[in-house]
Design a protein around this ligand. Sequence first.
Ligand SMILES: [Ca+2]
Length: 145
Amino acid sequence: MSCGALAYFGKLQSLKSYECVCHSGWEGKYCLQEIDECLSLPCKNHATCTDLLDDYKCLCSPGWTGVDCAQDVNECDSGPCLNGAQCIQSDIPGEFFCTCPPFFTGLLCDLPYDPCDSLHNPCLHNSTCLTQSNGTASCRCSTGE
Ligand SMILES: [Ca+2]
Protein backbone atom coordinates (compact mmCIF):
# COMPACT_ATOMS: atom_id res chain seq x y z
CA MET A 1 0.00 0.00 0.00
CA SER A 2 1.24 3.46 -0.78
CA CYS A 3 -0.01 6.90 0.00
CA GLY A 4 -2.85 8.27 -2.11
CA ALA A 5 -2.10 10.24 -5.20
CA LEU A 6 -2.64 13.51 -3.43
CA ALA A 7 -0.56 12.63 -0.40
CA TYR A 8 3.15 12.38 -0.09
CA PHE A 9 5.38 10.05 1.78
CA GLY A 10 6.13 11.04 5.29
CA LYS A 11 9.22 10.11 7.16
CA LEU A 12 10.40 6.68 6.38
CA GLN A 13 10.42 4.86 9.66
CA SER A 14 12.07 1.80 8.32
CA LEU A 15 12.35 0.12 5.00
CA LYS A 16 8.99 -1.52 5.53
CA SER A 17 7.20 1.10 7.56
CA TYR A 18 6.18 4.55 6.50
CA GLU A 19 3.44 7.00 7.28
CA CYS A 20 1.49 9.23 4.95
CA VAL A 21 1.17 12.93 5.60
CA CYS A 22 -2.07 13.92 3.93
CA HIS A 23 -2.65 17.00 1.88
CA SER A 24 -5.50 19.08 3.23
CA GLY A 25 -8.87 17.65 2.31
CA TRP A 26 -7.73 14.05 2.62
CA GLU A 27 -7.50 11.72 5.56
CA GLY A 28 -6.93 8.14 6.50
CA LYS A 29 -3.83 6.10 6.98
CA TYR A 30 -3.10 6.21 3.29
CA CYS A 31 -4.85 9.53 2.60
CA LEU A 32 -7.37 7.87 0.34
CA GLN A 33 -10.44 9.23 2.04
CA GLU A 34 -11.70 12.59 1.00
CA ILE A 35 -12.84 14.54 4.01
CA ASP A 36 -16.53 15.46 3.99
CA GLU A 37 -16.34 19.09 5.13
CA CYS A 38 -20.13 19.14 5.47
CA LEU A 39 -20.06 16.69 8.37
CA SER A 40 -19.23 19.50 10.76
CA LEU A 41 -22.43 21.27 9.65
CA PRO A 42 -20.78 24.54 8.65
CA CYS A 43 -23.85 25.85 6.81
CA LYS A 44 -26.34 27.57 9.11
CA ASN A 45 -30.05 28.25 8.97
CA HIS A 46 -31.17 25.24 6.96
CA ALA A 47 -28.71 25.91 4.15
CA THR A 48 -27.71 23.12 1.78
CA CYS A 49 -24.08 22.06 2.08
CA THR A 50 -22.07 20.76 -0.87
CA ASP A 51 -18.85 18.91 -0.10
CA LEU A 52 -15.89 19.99 -2.21
CA LEU A 53 -12.23 19.03 -2.23
CA ASP A 54 -10.83 20.63 0.93
CA ASP A 55 -13.78 22.99 0.89
CA TYR A 56 -17.55 23.24 1.06
CA LYS A 57 -20.21 25.49 -0.37
CA CYS A 58 -23.42 26.62 1.29
CA LEU A 59 -26.58 27.28 -0.66
CA CYS A 60 -28.53 29.58 1.65
CA SER A 61 -32.22 29.33 2.31
CA PRO A 62 -34.21 32.53 1.62
CA GLY A 63 -33.40 35.43 3.88
CA TRP A 64 -29.86 34.37 4.73
CA THR A 65 -26.50 35.25 3.20
CA GLY A 66 -22.77 34.97 3.85
CA VAL A 67 -20.32 32.12 3.33
CA ASP A 68 -21.98 30.09 6.08
CA CYS A 69 -25.47 31.60 5.63
CA ALA A 70 -25.27 32.99 9.16
CA GLN A 71 -26.02 36.56 8.14
CA ASP A 72 -29.60 37.80 8.07
CA VAL A 73 -30.41 39.61 4.84
CA ASN A 74 -31.92 43.03 5.41
CA GLU A 75 -34.73 42.86 2.88
CA CYS A 76 -35.27 46.60 3.21
CA ASP A 77 -31.78 47.44 1.91
CA SER A 78 -32.91 47.06 -1.68
CA GLY A 79 -35.74 49.55 -1.14
CA PRO A 80 -38.61 47.27 -2.17
CA CYS A 81 -41.39 49.55 -0.90
CA LEU A 82 -42.56 52.12 -3.42
CA ASN A 83 -44.01 55.61 -3.36
CA GLY A 84 -42.24 56.62 -0.17
CA ALA A 85 -43.59 53.72 1.86
CA GLN A 86 -41.81 52.66 5.03
CA CYS A 87 -40.15 49.25 4.95
CA ILE A 88 -40.15 47.06 8.06
CA GLN A 89 -38.21 43.81 8.31
CA SER A 90 -40.20 40.85 9.52
CA ASP A 91 -38.95 38.54 12.25
CA ILE A 92 -39.41 35.81 9.66
CA PRO A 93 -36.26 35.60 7.50
CA GLY A 94 -36.87 36.67 3.93
CA GLU A 95 -39.99 38.68 4.69
CA PHE A 96 -40.72 42.37 5.06
CA PHE A 97 -43.70 44.69 5.23
CA CYS A 98 -44.42 48.00 3.60
CA THR A 99 -46.37 50.67 5.47
CA CYS A 100 -48.06 52.60 2.69
CA PRO A 101 -48.44 56.38 2.62
CA PRO A 102 -51.90 57.82 1.93
CA PHE A 103 -53.39 57.00 -1.47
CA PHE A 104 -51.29 53.89 -2.05
CA THR A 105 -51.96 50.24 -1.30
CA GLY A 106 -50.71 46.79 -2.23
CA LEU A 107 -47.90 44.68 -0.76
CA LEU A 108 -45.31 47.07 -2.17
CA CYS A 109 -47.55 50.16 -2.04
CA ASP A 110 -47.40 50.23 -5.81
CA LEU A 111 -51.16 50.53 -6.35
CA PRO A 112 -53.01 53.84 -6.25
CA TYR A 113 -55.71 53.92 -3.61
CA ASP A 114 -58.71 56.21 -3.47
CA PRO A 115 -60.90 55.72 -0.39
CA CYS A 116 -63.84 57.13 -2.31
CA ASP A 117 -63.65 54.99 -5.43
CA SER A 118 -66.48 52.60 -6.10
CA LEU A 119 -64.64 49.69 -4.49
CA HIS A 120 -63.97 51.39 -1.18
CA ASN A 121 -66.56 54.12 -0.81
CA PRO A 122 -68.00 53.67 2.71
CA CYS A 123 -70.69 56.36 2.36
CA LEU A 124 -74.28 55.20 2.34
CA HIS A 125 -77.66 56.65 1.38
CA ASN A 126 -76.43 58.87 -1.42
CA SER A 127 -74.08 60.76 0.86
CA THR A 128 -71.03 62.34 -0.68
CA CYS A 129 -67.62 60.79 -0.11
CA LEU A 130 -64.84 63.25 0.57
CA THR A 131 -61.21 62.18 0.39
CA GLN A 132 -59.20 63.49 3.32
CA SER A 133 -55.58 64.53 2.98
CA ASN A 134 -54.54 61.58 5.17
CA GLY A 135 -56.05 59.15 2.69
CA THR A 136 -59.22 58.33 4.61
CA ALA A 137 -62.78 59.01 3.55
CA SER A 138 -65.38 61.16 5.21
CA CYS A 139 -69.02 61.21 4.30
CA ARG A 140 -71.16 64.31 3.90
CA CYS A 141 -74.81 63.50 4.31
CA SER A 142 -77.14 64.74 1.64
CA THR A 143 -79.30 67.64 2.80
CA GLY A 144 -82.97 68.35 2.38
CA GLU A 145 -84.37 64.88 2.98
CA1 LIG B 1 -14.37 17.33 0.80
